[in-house]
Design a protein around this ligand. Structure first.
Ligand SMILES: [Zn+2]
Ligand SMILES: [Zn+2]
Length: 164
């Protein structure tokens, strides 16, 4: 057999995380994790629910919410939210950042090592323990941004034309 692919590694992590906590690996948990593990669109619970329903039609919405909560507490899925929108679920749990479209709600991953080295604010007087952080850049995605003007002409020509 060839070495385990990334998918298999993730399933191994899934199994290990359950074993550590002594939690049973139910078909629903497995199907839900498989349904979310390759997604990069940061689905809502509702979107995860419809994906799971296609494979296990008897699954209830409540069950999906409960399993998502469990996977978050096991560190297998991250929960991300920004003001005024539903919680979104992210199978990428290592530190990364987001481009959030304020118009359609699309969330895209962004990775830049500089963003992982932001100095922590001094919050000692409040006795707040910072664990991690995620930067959300808000703006408009390529579908929502107004179309950019056509490619600029050579500036020299322009200046001459304007000076007449
Ligand atoms: Zn958008
Ligand atoms: Zn993400």
């Amino acid at each position: 057999m060839s070495s385990a692919g990334p998918k298999q590694q993730r399933m191994d992590q899934f199994v290990a995380a359950h074993r550590e906590r002594g939690l049973p690996i139910t078909a629903q948990r497995r199907v839900l994790y498989e349904a979310i593990m390759d997604r990069t669109d940061h689905p809502t619970a509702e979107q995860v629910y419809s994906a799971v329903r296609e494979l296990l039609p008897q699954t209830s919405r409540m069950t999906v919410h409960r399993i998502l909560g469990t996977l978050v507490s096991l560190g297998l899925v991250a929960k991300t939210c920004h003001p005024g929108s539903a919680a979104r679920f992210d199978p990428k749990v290592r530190q990364h950042h987001h481009l959030v479209c304020v118009s359609c709600g699309r969330i895209e991953d962004v990775e830049d090592p500089r963003l992982d080295r932001i100095p922590r604010p001094r919050v000692n007087p409040r006795n707040f323990q910072i664990e991690d952080y995620c930067v959300h850049f808000r703006g408009r995605c390529s579908d929502c941004a107004p179309p950019r003007p056509a490619r600029r002409r050579a500036p020299a020509t322009r200046r001459r034309a304007a000076g007449r």
